[in-house]
Design a protein around this ligand. Structure first.
Ligand code: NAP
Length: 309
């Protein structure tokens, strides 16, 4: 039986892994389908303390994993399909295998939110993407007009990154100002190759018949005027949804699916702790996720010590 199973290998899960490994608990750390979490899809992280020049998101996560493994964490590629938290020890089904655990740290993070259009689903990976750093350099996007949807830090970051490849980047946002941090918004709006399209939503991505992206149909929500923007790609950056579906009915979730912690990182189930983006819809930063991962590890360690007594 495992003493600690950590679900997720983003900033939060890997920090929890470093702390529980250093406490000699030999955590089993499960990657899910996105090893390293969302930060691996970011380019330069400029606000993680200790890196005055910034650090590549992927590299930061590789370093965190190495640090955790150095102290004895076992990082395993695997997706948790189901959990039974009704009695201790808890059981998890991981790619069909049964795993038993005395404590669990849920650090399952969040996934990209979809607009919800039929054409969006049909053209995913055929020009519709949720990650500029992963796909922006593909030949199909080079020297082409591209669309970014969203108004937060992610959308600004994606738009700025895409100017390396695109002829023009259209930033389509449903409001008349950006939600992004001041520095990011200013950098985006002064860029000569980024053209904001305000108060607008994408109503259809074309062209499903051609099986590739050729443009978007856009509606101005103030005037109801419709227009067409030619584009070889659509990069969607409209926020995230927490990866908590498997805990529904067992762990207290709020109406948006975020885990509701009780005290510190404790959940409603004693022995199950939570940290990072799957419970934090307020701060959502790499450094806060890491901090919460540390807190969850300390809480799990104390819980195990009390069990022993
Ligand atoms: P976000 O801040 O939640 O912004 C999401 C944006 O998408 C908002 O502008 C929102 O519009 C829009 N949106 C949501 N649903 C939509 C829909 N169905 N259709 C059209 N537009 C929709 O998400 P984020 O940009 O991914 O950022 C998440 C967190 O990560 C934030 O805390 C951010 O600061 C952080 N982050 C930091 C960095 C960095 O510092 N380097 C980089 C990326 C992200 P409204 O404005 O109308 O709500």
């Amino acid at each position: 039986m495992e003493k600690v199973v950590i679900i997720g290998t983003g900033c939060s899960g890997l920090t929890a892994a470093i702390y529980t490994a250093r406490a000699n608990l030999k955590p089993l750390v499960l990657t899910g389908t996105m090893p390293g979490g969302l930060l691996t899809t970011t380019s330069i992280v400029e606000n993680y303390p200790g890196f005055p020049e910034g650090i590549d998101g992927y590299e930061l996560m590789v370093r965190m994993q190495k640090q955790a493994e150095k102290f004895g964490a076992r990082v395993q590629f695997g997706t948790v399909e189901a959990v039974d938290l009704s009695k201790a020890p808890f059981t998890l089904s991981v790619d069909g295998e049964r795993v038993e655990a005395q404590t669990i740290i849920i650090a399952s993070g969040a996934s990209h939110r979809h607009i919800g259009l039929e054409s969006e689903a049909l053209l995913e990976r055929k020009g519709v993407t949720y990650c500029a750093t992963c796909d922006g350099a593909l030949p199909m996007f080079r020297k082409q007009p591209l669309v970014v949807v969203g108004g937060g830090d992610s959308a600004c970051e994606e738009a700025t990154y895409l100017t390396r490849f695109a002829s023009t980047v259209y930033l389509i946002h449903r409001r008349d100002s950006l939600r992004a941090s001041k520095v990011m918004a200013e950098r985006t709006l002064v860029h000569p190759n980024i053209k904001p399209i305000w108060n607008s939503v994408v109503t259809e991505i074309l062209d499903v018949k051609q099986d590739k992206v050729t443009g978007v149909r856009v509606k101005n929500i103030k005037t109801n005027a419709e227009s067409f923007i030619e584009s070889a790609g659509v990069f969607i950056a409209i926020g995230h949804v927490p990866n908590t579906q498997i805990f529904k009915g067992q762990i207290d979730l709020d109406e948006n699916g975020y885990v509701v912690p009780k005290r510190g990182t404790e959940t409603n189930v004693p022995g199950v702790f939570v940290s990072g983006d799957c419970s934090d819809h307020v701060y959502r930063q790499a450094v806060t996720a890491a901090g919460l991962g540390c807190a969850a590890a300390i809480d799990a360690e104390r819980y195990l010590a009390e069990l022993k007594q």
